[in-house]
Design a protein around this ligand. Structure first.
Ligand SMILES: Nc1ncnc2c1ncn2[C@@H]1O[C@H](COP(=O)(O)OP(=O)(O)OP(=O)(O)O)[C@@H](O)[C@H]1O
Length: 615
C-alpha cells in the first residue's frame, strides 16, 4: 500500500515521505534495541556482579534518548505529512473533477466524489497521521528484537524466528476473513447515508405521498438502516474470530518461547537471569504485533479509499486538441452524428467507476443527425420524449464526444477547439436550474466573475430579476438557499438567464422549462429569453408555443435522426410529423393555440408537444 500511496501523491512528496519513513523506522528500530538492552541489564542485576550494569544503563539511556528524538520528529512529520497530503489529494481530485467530461457527472457520481473528498481522503490521511507509526513499530521492532536475540541465545532466537511465518499466516487469514464483511459494511454505510440525505431533501414530497405504510421512502430509509446494522453485526462477527485467532496465535508463540527457554534452563545451557531477561524480551516482542493486528481493519479501509481515489484519477478525460483551432463564426453543424451513451453511464456502478471498459458502446441515441444552425438564428428542437434533444445540446458543449460524424462550430470540429474557448463560446440554460447558497447577485456573477456591479445589474434588469430582488426582504442581499429553494421555478430560471446574459457567450443552448408557470412569471421568462436570444445563435429545446412558432427553423428529432426541418409554416404545410403533432395539440382539450400567422398568446404552451408519443 505504501507504494500505491507514493504513486498517488506524486513525485513532489517523495522526499518528504522517505524522510518520514526513515524517522519512523529509526524510532521503531531504536525501540527494539532498547527492549533488547533489558537483557544484559537484567542479567547484570540478577547475576553476581550488579555493578556491571552501568555501561548497559548508559547505553539504554542513549538509545532511549535517540528513540525519543526520532519518535517526536516522526510524530510531527506524520501530522504534517497527513495535513499536507490531504491537501494534495484534494487538489488532485479537484483538478481531475474540473477536467472530467461534463457528461460524467450523474447524481451517483457526484455523491461518490463527495465521499471521496471527505471520508476517503480522511482515511488516506489517517494512514500517515495514525497508522504508519504503529504499523512500522509492529513489524520493525519485533524484527530487531529477534535479530538481536541471536546475540544472547541463538536457540531461543531461532524459536522466535520460526513463530513469525506462523503469525503471518494467521494474520492473513484473519484479514481475509473480515475483508468481505468490511466491504459490505462500507457499502451499507454509504447507502444509509445517501438515504438519510434523500429522506431529508424529499420531505415535501414525502409528506404528501410517501408516508403510506408500504413502499414509502421512510421504509426505504428504514431498510437501509437495518441493512447497515446487519452489515455492522456481520462485520463484527466475521472480524472477531480473526482477532481472537491472532491473539491466541501470539500467546501460543509466547508460550512456545517460554517452553523452549524453560527446557534450555532445565538442561543447564541457559542461566536463570538470562532466561528471565529473554522472557521479558519475548513479552515485548509480541506486544507491538498485537497492536498492529488491531489496526488491520483500518488499513483495509484506507486501502479501499486509495483504490477509489485511484479509480477516479484514472477516468479518461476528453482529449484536448494538440493544435487548437479557433472558429470564426458561430454557425453550428451536425454532420452525420452518431452517438451512444457509454453503458457505465446507463447503469452507474457504485461508488466510482472509470475503467476503460466504460467507453464501450451503449444504446444508440443519435444515428446520423445532420443539421445546420446558421449564426445569429434561433433553432427550435422538438421531438418525442427520449428522442435525444438534450443529448444534441450536450454534444455541442462537448459533454461527450461523438462516436462518428462531427459537430462543428464555425466549421471547426468541437474536438479541435480548446475546452476553455469552447466554454467561453457557449452558455447553457438548463431546465432544472441550480442556484448556489448565496445571494441572487452571487448567483448571477457566476456567469462572469470579473463583471462589474453595473454589468450584473444590467443583466438582472434584462432578465427581469431586478423585480424579484425588489420584492425580497433583504433585496439583492437575500440569500437564495442551497439549490435556490427560496425562489419559485420561474424566478430561478430568470436568475439563470441573467447569468447567461452576463456571460455574453455568442451561442446559447436552452432547455425551456416544461412546468407551467403562472402568467406573470411566464411573461417575465419570455421577455428574459428574448433578451438572451438577441443577436445570438440559439438552440432551444422548445416547449412553448411562442418559442416554436417564432424560431427561424424547427428541427423535429425522431428515432435518432432529424425527421423534418423548416419553419412552422413550412412544416405545417408539409403535413408531416410536426403537422400531426400540431393537429393533435389543437384537438386536445384545454390547449389554447393561436392560428398560424397570428401572434401567439404567451400563456399558451406546447409543453407536451415534444413529449408526445410518436404518431
Ligand atoms: N447521462 C445519460 N446516460 C445514459 N443515458 C442517457 C443519459 N442521458 C440520457 N440518456 C438516454 O438517452 C436517450 C435520450 O435522452 P435525452 O435526454 O437526450 O432525450 P430528450 O429528447 O431530451 O428527452 P426529454 O424530452 O424527455 O427530456 C434516453 O433514452 C435517455 O434515457
Amino acid at each position: 500500500m505504501i507504494r500505491r500511496l507514493f504513486a498517488l501523491l506524486g513525485p513532489e512528496h517523495r522526499g518528504e515521505l522517505r524522510r518520514l519513513l526513515g524517522w519512523l523506522v529509526a524510532a521503531a528500530a531504536l525501540q527494539g534495541v532498547a527492549f533488547v538492552l533489558l537483557v544484559p541489564i537484567l542479567r547484570a542485576l540478577l547475576g553476581d556482579d550488579p555493578d556491571s550494569v552501568w555501561p548497559w544503563v548508559i547505553a539504554l539511556a542513549g538509545v532511549t534518548l535517540g528513540y525519543g528524538v526520532a519518535h517526536q520528529i516522526g510524530l510531527l512529520a506524520s501530522a504534517n505529512a497527513g495535513a499536507g497530503l490531504s491537501r494534495t489529494v484534494h487538489h488532485r481530485i479537484g483538478t481531475k473533477v474540473a477536467a472530467l467530461p461534463l457528461g460524467w457527472f450523474s447524481a451517483d457520481r457526484t455523491a461518490a466524489v463527495n465521499q471521496l473528498a471527505t471520508r476517503d481522503v480522511m482515511d488516506v490521511m489517517g494512514v500517515f497521521a495514525h497508522l504508519l507509526r504503529p504499523l512500522l513499530t509492529g513489524f520493525v521492532t519485533p524484527a530487531v528484537v529477534v535479530a538481536l536475540m541471536y546475540a544472547f541465545d541463538w536457540r531461543l532466537a531461532l524459536a522466535a524466528t520460526l513463530t513469525i511465518p506462523v503469525l503471518a499466516v494467521v494474520y492473513r487469514w484473519a484479514s481475509r476473513l473480515s475483508r468481505a464483511a468490511d466491504v459490505a459494511s462500507d457499502e451499507a454505510q454509504v447507502s444509509a447515508g445517501a438515504r438519510i440525505l434523500e429522506f431529508a431533501r424529499a420531505q415535501r414530497v414525502l409528506r404528501v405521498f410517501g408516508r403510506g405504510p408500504a413502499g414509502s421512502a421512510a421504509r426505504m430509509l428504514d431498510d437501509a438502516l437495518v441493512r447497515q446494522r446487519e452489515a455492522g453485526y456481520r462485520q463484527l462477527s466475521r472480524a472477531v474470530p480473526g482477532l481472537i485467532g491472532f491473539a491466541v496465535a501470539v500467546q501460543a508463540a509466547f508460550t512456545v518461547l517460554i517452553v523452549v527457554g524453560t527446557d534450555l534452563a532445565l538442561g543447564g545451557s541457559l542461566d536463570a537471569p538470562t532466561l528471565l531477561a529473554l522472557l521479558v524480551l519475548a513479552a515485548r516482542f509480541v506486544e507491538p504485533l498485537t497492536e498492529a493486528a488491531v489496526l488491520g481493519t483500518e488499513v483495509q479501509k484506507a486501502d479501499r479509499a486509495v483504490a477509489r481515489i485511484e479509480h477516479l484519477l484514472a477516468v479518461p478525460q476528453l482529449p484536448e486538441p494538440a493544435a487548437p483551432r479557433h472558429p470564426t463564426s458561430t454557425t453550428i453543424e451536425f454532420d452525420s452524428v452518431v452517438f451512444s451513451y457509454p453503458p457505465a453511464l446507463v447503469h452507474p456502478p457504485a461508488p466510482v467507476e472509470g475503467s476503460p471498459a466504460d467507453v464501450e458502446a451503449g444504446r444508440r441515441v443519435l444515428s446520423g443527425v445532420s443539421a445546420r444552425l446558421p449564426a445569429g438564428t434561433t433553432t427550435a428542437l422538438v421531438g418525442p420524449s427520449g428522442a435525444g434533444k438534450t443529448t444534441v445540446t450536450r454534444l455541442i458543449a462537448r459533454f461527450f464526444d461523438v462516436d462518428s460524424g462531427a459537430v462543428r462550430i464555425g466549421g471547426v470540429d468541437v474536438r479541435q477547439i480548446a475546452t476553455d474557448e469552447l466554454m467561453s463560446l457557449v452558455s447553457v440554460v438548463f431546465q432544472h436550474v441550480y442556484l448556489f447558497e448565496g445571494t441572487i447577485e452571487d448567483n448571477i456573477r457566476v456567469g462572469r466573475p470579473d463583471a462589474t456591479d453595473a454589468d450584473v445589474r444590467a443583466a438582472a434588469r434584462l432578465a427581469r430579476v431586478e423585480e424579484i430582488a425588489d420584492r425580497l426582504p433583504d433585496g439583492w442581499n437575500t440569500r437564495v438557499g442551497e439549490g435556490g429553494s427560496t425562489l419559485s421555478g420561474g424566478e430561478r430560471q430568470r436568475v439563470s438567464i441573467a447569468r447567461a446574459i452576463l456571460k455574453n457567450a455568442p451561442i446559447v443552448l436552452l432547455d425551456e422549462a416544461t412546468s407551467a408557470l403562472d402568467p406573470e412569471n411566464e411573461q417575465a421568462v419570455t421577455e428574459a429569453l428574448s433578451a438572451l436570444r438577441a443577436g445570438r445563435t440559439v438552440l432551444v429545446i422548445a416547449h412553448r408555443l411562442g418559442t416554436v412558432t417564432q424560431a427561424d427553423q424547427i428541427l423535429v428529432l425522431d428515432q435518432g435522426v432529424i425527421a423534418e426541418a423548416g419553419t412552422h409554416a413550412q412544416l405545417i404545410g408539409a403535413g408531416g410529423r410536426y403537422a400531426a403533432f400540431w393537429k393533435r395539440r389543437r384537438a386536445a382539450a384545454g390547449w389554447r393555440i393561436a392560428p398560424v400567422g397570428v401572434t401567439p398568446d404567451p400563456t399558451a404552451t406546447l409543453a407536451r408537444l415534444p413529449r408526445a408519443s410518436t404518431p
